[in-house]
Design a protein around this ligand. Structure first.
Ligand SMILES: C[S@@+](CC[C@H](N)C(=O)[O-])C[C@H]1O[C@@H](n2cnc3c(N)ncnc32)[C@H](O)[C@@H]1O
Length: 250
């Protein structure tokens, strides 16, 4: 196992130990709150919480961003559900394309194939976390092309896409975008990141035929890329042929 994966698992073990006592759980909840206050993801999430609809994260890996979203939702909008979606075994191996390769980072497909594969323990850990803090959260395990269509009746106010490769981005957008409520936000963690060229291409391809385009958000704690779905415009009322002038007072 790679050293970085070992380190991540050790950290998660330490977290599980912390959460075994009431004092530890309170301490971790406080830490998460402090992290929320410095997160552009949470800053954008906040802008969607007055809208109807749930929240979905596509690309969870070890749950770092999931726990931040969960912390904020539980405090500010506890009736909204949080769907945490991932294969928990990395990318769909046959869907990594040459447009996902980058000469400076992932030059070879086999390097990408191995990424994020060490997460089989995460669904259980996340469910324990949801239970401990009464988060209205659901772990959705499997490849997006199989799992997301099952959520087709849901409405979302916020979609967080963090799944790196071209095909995965398009799966998320093709399946979920219609379910985003007017005014809702999609945040893209990998847009404009040279490391993952397929992410920007997928987002640009998807929005090429739509009026809305990715915008950067310079929050207090960093930059994020997102799209806001336009509010549906009501049809303009027909202009009456004759509008009586208001009589002006003398
Ligand atoms: C960069 S990681 C997510 C990191 C996480 N959001 C965080 O901030 O801690 C990308 C994740 O996307 C998942 N993923 C990518 N494509 C997928 C697909 N088509 N179906 C399911 N999971 C996918 C991978 O398994 C990986 O765990």
């Amino acid at each position: 196992m790679k050293r970085i994966d070992q380190r991540r698992i050790r950290l998660d073990d330490a977290l599980s130990r912390l959460m075994q006592t009431e004092a530890g759980r309170a301490e971790y909840w406080r830490r998460l709150d402090a992290e929320c206050d410095h997160s552009p993801l949470v800053e954008l999430l906040d802008k969607s919480l007055d809208l109807e609809g749930d929240v979905i994260e596509c690309g969870v890996f070890r749950g770092t961003s999931t726990r931040l979203i969960a912390r904020r939702l539980t405090e500010r909008s506890p009736t909204k559900k949080l769907f945490a979606c991932d294969s928990f075994e990395g990318f769909p191996q046959d869907r990594i394309q040459s447009k996902d390769l980058n000469p400076l980072r992932f030059r070879f497909r086999h390097k990408i194939r191995r990424k994020f594969a060490r997460a089989a323990d995460v669904p259980f850990r996340l469910m324990q976390f949801f239970e401990a803090y009464r988060v209205n959260g659901y772990v959705v395990k499997g490849f997006f092309s199989d799992t997301l269509p099952k959520l087709v009746r849901r409405k979302f106010c916020f979609i967080f896409i963090d799944c790196d490769i071209y095909d995965s981005h398009l799966d998320c957008l093709n399946i979920l975008y219609d379910q985003l409520v007017p005014g809702g936000l999609v945040m893209f963690d990998d847009y404009a990141q040279p490391k993952w060229p397929g992410a920007s291409r997928a987002v640009d391809d998807f929005f090429a035929s739509r009026p809305e385009k990715p915008q950067s958000f310079a929050g207090h704690h960093g930059t994020a890329w997102y799209v806001r779905k336009p509010l549906v415009l009501r049809e303009a009322a027909p202009t009456p042929a004759f509008m009586p002038r208001l009589r002006q007072s003398a």
